[in-house]
Design a protein around this ligand. Sequence first.
Ligand code: ZN
Length: 576
Amino acid sequence: MRTSNSSRGWFVMALAAVMLSACQTQAPDGTSPAASPPVADLMIVNGRVFTADEQGTMAQAVAVKGNTILRVGSDAELAALRGPETRVVDAQGATVAPGFNDAHVHFLSGGLSLGDVDLAGLTTLRQVQAAISTFAAGKPADAWVKGRGWLYSPFPGGSPTKAQLDEIVPDRPAVMTCYDGHSIWVNSKVLAMAGITKDTPNPPNGVIVKDPKTGEPTGHLKEAAADLIDPVLPKLTDDDRRAALKAAVAHALQYGITSVQNAGGSLEEMDLYDQARKAGDLQVRAYLATSATSATTEADVDRMDEARKRFGEDPTLRTGIVKMYADGVIESRTAAMLAPYTNSTSAGEPNLSPEDLTRIVTMFDQRGWQVQIHAIGDRAIRMSLDAFEHAAKVNPAPARGRRHRLEHIEAIDAADIPRFAALGVIASQQPMHVALGDMNSAKPSGPWPDNVGPARASRAWAWQQIKAAGGRLAFGSDWPVAPLEAGLGLWLASSRLSQPGGPEQAMPVADALKGYTIWPAYASFDDQRKGTIAPGMLADLVVLASDIISKPPARAGDVVVQTTIFDGKVVYERPR
Ligand SMILES: [Zn+2]
């Protein structure tokens, strides 16, 4: 019995459900004195049920009552729970798993991006321009042309220019966000509207890329420089946001995703989710982080505590986690490295000093908040681990334990690999980022491996090494940075491409499945109620179209979702 970390209310409910399933002499509502077993509302039969439990239990069938898993076993063992009203899902021999949990998304921006031009995976300038121009032609009435997902590789020097965008969108403002979300590419119209000229200084933590000869801005705005166009961007309405959230939920369910962990946002955003929940539109469980910086004060945390009181224990909408950024990204050399980039004298600068990071992390730790830190370069990773180590030294351990997290961890120093286990810090990684690195490495080479060089690239996304050293992992997409499709991550984690980092990081598909189920549930303090298929757990389940455990995915698109079940109900079905 798992007890250590459950909240009391949940524990009582789970215990009741387990007792009901074990003691089959009473109906689930407890009213009838009959000797008949409870009747399931929903059953999955004829499956290869991957329970994600510690023992590696496989089963054939799952029975669900209300929003809870009632029993797990063979078709024969569960036959008695089937009544005339029971909805039966025939898995046809395919894998059944706990509903997928994406440990790192930007859910609302993802939903908003569904209406923009998608440049993901395009590797030549011609392809990029064609996609934008077709999209713009199809939306003549839109005041702005917006898109996202461009890779660095189509552009000479990895830096796009306004001229390349002016050529195809000369008459309207156009903004394209880089796939990593750390750069934007704008046309001349946007620069003029935002008043960005050769005389505009770089903002803190941002770079306005300028032509070395003329000094004119090129149209590539890195990191915080992207915020310079915020005042001229069309204002989003609440209706826009509500529609985007709804679209994001539908997008998630088709990929079997029943839980998302939002990596940063505002307290106001929680109200939006709350409205969606009350309207019955939030058919994923959301764990929402609030963004923090070195300027965050104790008074800010007081406000955050209020939100945590409101959304602390509800299994569908929770907070309790804070997101920080220690650095940028390797592609634009804004990630903080211990030694200079191979093609620059700079090693990148962290977003805040080690002292500030330690101070803020220690404050949140002391106030019982979970902290997740974006840390990509080896220096940012070390700084963040140091901050967690300090907090653990000076603060008493909270009753529920510490589950602080680092996000991304793209280039780690070998000395820091064992520290994840030692400090109990979770490595939250995004397998699809490796593929994006690969696309950016399109021959002859690309910015990721070029910038760090072969030695550091050999420790790229070193999830197997972190795991082998006893560290815990959680996988996600970082959508809209990468596609939300969890199946792509399952494929990549289990059959990792050759570069960068090497095929030695490939893991058994069963581990990859844990990376999208029980491990992220642990990473959000939810492992007592979801992430495994067992009596008493929430009935969030995914039925795939094939048995991926016997036949692991060999290429993109091999993991197909057949049915998604959220809170005991079928919420997505793919036509057979
Ligand atoms: Zn992110």
